[in-house]
Design a protein around this ligand. Structure first.
Ligand code: MF3
Ligand code: CO
Ligand code: CO
Length: 279
């Protein structure tokens, strides 16, 4: 047997031997349910639908449409792909997608609000396909963006990128938040504290929580088979927020713009795989 083959075989046996043990450990210690091969295949398929869904919505974003129209696009496209919208009726959420405009941080409810030239709108989708959840969101420009819109969207996008690059076995959950906070604050922006990333796959929100702020080297170590979202919500002003009287819509206290990008990420043997690969 040549060296390469031997190395491959050793790696395989190490992985399959350790995996069952670690799977039980993570379940017992942290309530984290690691995903095995068949789950990953299922999540890749759900992730594909999620990305197609965002691309489909993006084609229709322009001044003059309502957020209800985005909701109808999501419902129709989800159905056509034999999936189910997780947000609908989730803890009483009344629509199939979250649409968060300008100073809305997250959980905006689609309604008759019209998108205007210069707005930014985050569209957050979570289709369930064959029992597997994939959670992803993007912030879009409506018409031509102003300077502030350009800035917050580019910082939020970069924050997600930098968070993802921390994902590899032996790194820890805190490394994600550290990288994101450092970059965001370095750009004069702030990181939302109350809402965080989360385990995902068998359910909409599973342990662990993934904060987008924090300390290097802290928290649970990544192991292959972990699947979670990274979804930094970044404000142009301060991070303080409040929830509107509809009990869902989260807005910045100071009225500043907020942007967000979200991906569902799998920890692999040597790094990560994006299960909702947009861009
Ligand atoms: N998609 C959101 C997330 O990223 C959760 C939305 S919950 C809802 O975790 F009920 F508002 F849909
Ligand atoms: Co999420
Ligand atoms: Co989401």
């Amino acid at each position: 047997m040549n060296y390469k083959k031997l190395k491959r075989r050793l790696k395989k046996s190490w992985y399959s031997y350790d995996f069952d043990k670690v799977k039980t450990q993570y379940d017992t210690l942290y309530n984290i349910r690691l995903k095995e091969k068949k789950d990953i295949v299922g999540m890749q398929k759900a992730g594909r639908v999620a990305v197609d869904l965002l691309n489909h919505v993006e084609e229709h974003i322009r001044p003059g449409i309502t957020t209800n129209y985005i909701n109808s696009l999501v419902e129709e496209f989800t159905k056509k792909n034999h999936a189910i919208s997780a947000p609908l009726n989730y803890n009483g959420f009344p629509k199939s997608v979250c649409t968060s405009i300008n100073d809305v941080i997250c959980h905006g409810i689609p309604d008759d609000t019209v998108l205007n030239d210069g707005d930014i709108v985050n569209v957050d989708v979570t289709p369930i396909l064959e029992g597997y959840y994939a959670d992803t969101s993007k912030t879009f420009f409506v018409g031509s963006p102003g300077k502030d819109a350009e800035k917050i969207v580019s910082v939020a996008r970069e924050c997600l990128q930098r968070g993802i690059l921390q994902v590899k076995p032996k790194n820890r959950i805190g490394d994600i938040g550290y990288a994101i906070q450092k970059y965001a604050e370095g750009q004069g922006c702030s990181v939302v504290r109350e809402y965080v990333g989360h385990g995902v796959g068998f359910e909409f929100h599973e342990p662990p929580q993934i904060p987008h702020f924090g300390k290097k080297g802290q928290g649970i170590p990544f192991v292959p088979g972990m699947v979670f979202t990274i979804e930094p919500m970044i404000n142009l002003g301060k991070y303080n927020l409040h929830v509107l009287s509809d009990n869902w819509t989260v807005v910045t206290d100071d009225g500043s713009l907020s942007a967000q990008f979200e991906q569902t990420i799998l920890v692999t043997n040597n790094g990560f795989e994006i299960l909702t690969p947009f861009d």
